[in-house]
Design a binder for this molecule. Structure first.
Ligand code: HEM
Ligand SMILES: *[C@@H]1O[C@H](CO)[C@@H](O)[C@H](O)[C@H]1NC(C)=O
Ligand SMILES: *[C@@H]1O[C@H](CO)[C@@H](O)[C@H](O)[C@H]1NC(C)=O
Ligand SMILES: *[C@@H]1O[C@H](CO)[C@@H](O)[C@H](O)[C@H]1NC(C)=O
Ligand SMILES: *[C@@H]1O[C@H](CO)[C@@H](O)[C@H](O)[C@H]1NC(C)=O
Ligand SMILES: CC(=O)N[C@H]1CO[C@H](CO)[C@@H](O)[C@@H]1O
Length: 324
């Protein structure tokens, strides 16, 4: 029965491809092949987060970086080999925390341990599911995840240049970069709300807290706290919480912080200091439900960026870190 459904699904996909119809992601993509996929991933992710709570921020950021470079195709998870310097070894990505990768590896192992599911589910989809799960575990919204992404065949450090936003960006730069991925300014603001948890290294905001020239859009007390925690010299091993008020909770505190001059990066605080985005920040600081809805919509759109559904462009990796 399962095999027949699989053959039918493959036939329909071939038909769609022949007709030039782009295959769509679907929530029930694996329903016939691996019906318990969602609970298998959720259990593995819960265990990982229980063991290493930092996996929450690490996994969310990994998903963002994956989608923004080659598309949501797990290319960010591949390791460099003798003749290929992979995406994750680009300087923009060196700060990706290892626990994000490990979350995907653990969830993939749990999926593959179920015979029917072995090598049937892409690493890209496992990352998308794991991201939804860590957000829910941290108290954020849960949402249905579209599935059916293939894992990419290309992971190149040189392709990362210019694709990821540095923390120095202003509103226009952020808006332009996200627009290239079909994400609106509102989507960009909502997704920035992921900075409601996780960590950042001192060098990413050092330019804003120099004693003689503190960024005037930053609350002075906050600047003094950051200076004390990140003394001159910018120790590369020190990382501070992005949200000093509710550091581990996925909530709308990020937007409250911006209103109070407690955005950590230039790219955060500018969302409040620029009059064009300020009304959205204020609205979401006041209404968590509205933020959650906007965030879920934006995550769904992020999850569609440059996905591969055509078998000539991707496959299902047996080991997420290597091409088959
Ligand atoms: C809008 C432009 C963005 C900029 C400029 C930006 C920049 C950064 C930087 C510099 C860090 C700190 C990295 C470190 O020092 O280790 C960081 C952390 C983080 N970012 Fe962003 N980011 C942006 C958007 C996003 C988006 C769209 C998401 C996800 C939806 C996201 C999720 C995260 C998370 C969860 C962390 C914490 C990572 C951890 O704890 O390991 N960011 N971001
Ligand atoms: C890299 O080398 C491996 C063998 O070590 C080979 O199979 C693969 O095709 C090479 N990849 C590229 C991009 O040259
Ligand atoms: C953006 O949307 C257009 C039109 O739907 C589509 O052709 C294009 O591939 C999308 N780009 C990305 C990066 O998803
Ligand atoms: C900065 O934050 C402190 C609380 O930590 C508050 O007392 C102070 O009024 C704030 N400064 C400004 C200019 O809002
Ligand atoms: C948030 O906004 C929604 C409408 O989008 C409204 O129904 C709800 O009452 C608001 N909640 C608060 C706490 O203001
Ligand atoms: C976009 C981004 O996060 N860039 C950072 C990458 O990491 C280096 C240090 O490894 C930082 O200097 C960049 O700001």
């Amino acid at each position: 029965m399962g095999a027949e459904i699989r053959i039918l699904a493959a036939f329909l996909a071939a038909l769609a491809a022949a007709a030039g119809v782009a295959a769509q992601l679907r929530q029930d993509y694996y329903a016939a092949v691996c019906p318990d996929l969602e609970s298998i991933v959720r259990d593995a992710v819960s265990q990982k987060v229980q063991d290493q709570p930092v996996a929450v921020g690490a996994t969310i950021r990994l998903f963002f970086h994956d989608c923004f470079v080659e598309g949501c195709d797990a290319s960010v998870i591949m390791v460099s080999t003798g003749n290929n310097t992979a995406e994750k070894d680009h300087p923009s990505n060196l700060s990706l925390a290892g626990d994000g990768f490990d979350t995907v590896i653990k969830a993939k192992a749990a999926v593959d341990a179920v015979p029917a599911c072995t090598n049937q589910v892409s690493c890209a989809d496992i990352l998308a599911l794991a991201t939804r799960d860590v957000i829910a575990l941290a108290g954020g919204p849960s949402y249905a995840v579209e599935l059916g992404r293939l894992d990419g065949l290309v992971s190149l450090s040189t392709n990362v240049d210019g694709k990821l936003p540095p923390p120095s960006f202003d509103l226009d730069q952020l808006t332009t970069l996200f627009a290239a991925k079909n994400l609106s300014q509102a989507d960009m603001i909502a997704l920035s709300g992921a900075h409601t948890l996780g960590f950042a290294h001192c060098n990413t905001f050092a330019g804003r807290i120099q004693p003689e020239s503190v960024d005037p859009t930053m609350n002075a007390t906050y600047a003094a706290d950051l200076q004390a925690a990140c003394p001159a010299g910018v120790d590369p091993n020190i990382a501070l919480q992005l949200d000093p008020v509710t550091p581990q909770a996925f909530d709308n505190q990020y937007f409250v912080n911006l209103v109070n001059g407690r955005g950590l990066f230039t790219s955060d605080q500018v969302l409040y200091s620029d009059a064009r985005s300020q009304p959205t920040v204020v609205a979401w600081a006041q209404n968590a439900t509205d933020f959650e809805q906007a965030f879920v919509d934006a995550m769904t759109k992020l999850g569609r960026v440059d996905v591969k559904t055509d078998p000539s462009l991707g496959n299902i990796r047996r080991d997420c870190a290597f091409l088959n």
